[in-house]
Design a protein around this ligand. Sequence first.
Ligand code: KIV
Ligand code: NA
Length: 276
Amino acid sequence: MGVTRRTLEKKKSQGEKIAMVTAYDFPAAKIAEEAGAEILLVGDSLGMVVLGYESTIPVTLDDMLHHTKAVTRATKQSMVIADLPFLTAHLPTMEVLKSAGKLMQEGLAYGVKIEGGEPVLDKIRTLTDAGIPVMGHLGLTPQSVNQLGGYIIQGKEEPTVKRLLSEAKAVEEAGAFGLVLECVPEELAEEITKSLSIPVIGIGAGRYTDGQVLVLHDLLGMGGEWSPSFVKRFASVGDTMKNGLEKYVSEVKNKTFPTEEHVIHLREEVKLALYG
Ligand code: KIV
Ligand code: NA
């Protein structure tokens, strides 16, 4: 057994930080697990990061399933959580159960993540009762980007601070085993973290959450020039890739690749028989 919800609860109670990162394919999942990340999130950010969409809204359950399968083929220890894509959590209960069930049964995910508070509490309860571990997601919820009016910091004014606090508690009470808090002031994230017994994982939520999550391509520097201010670039993988590819292209063009060491030859007797 790899990382479970118990592992995470223990880490919270011992004050040990939890490292979570997105993963969308086999090689990246393998590397992230080897690097020690406890949770791999097959985020619907895959729509933007690896499928080239403008937002997460076009991502389908089949997209999620396809990538979740690749990620779980690579992992032995890390907990794999798959996002329920746009709209899915708001469909009739049977549909939500089927979708989340697919991500576990076919995708082999440990559990699912659902964006939102009040409107999805009953679904969190139903899934949890059915044995599907659910991670909540509050604050900036990218599936609601059009409704929110953009990727805007959440919980800056008193009423939204209070609402987020009570929604976080409600998500825990509905049975969620963890909560992602995105793009909220540090003070609010700290208060939520202290008031919940389930682990709270922050992204752009400051220093005092129980753990951090970032989009893999952002933290590795392979997501283009722009990234949000809360992202730290830990590597420049995009530059490394471009460099390698430029060398390859130029060696093909100037005939320095391939050389003798990369060449396959006919055996001598075959050569003789063919060409004398
Ligand atoms: O889809 C995603 O990558 C996410 C994280 C940013 C939490 O939901
Ligand atoms: Na997501």
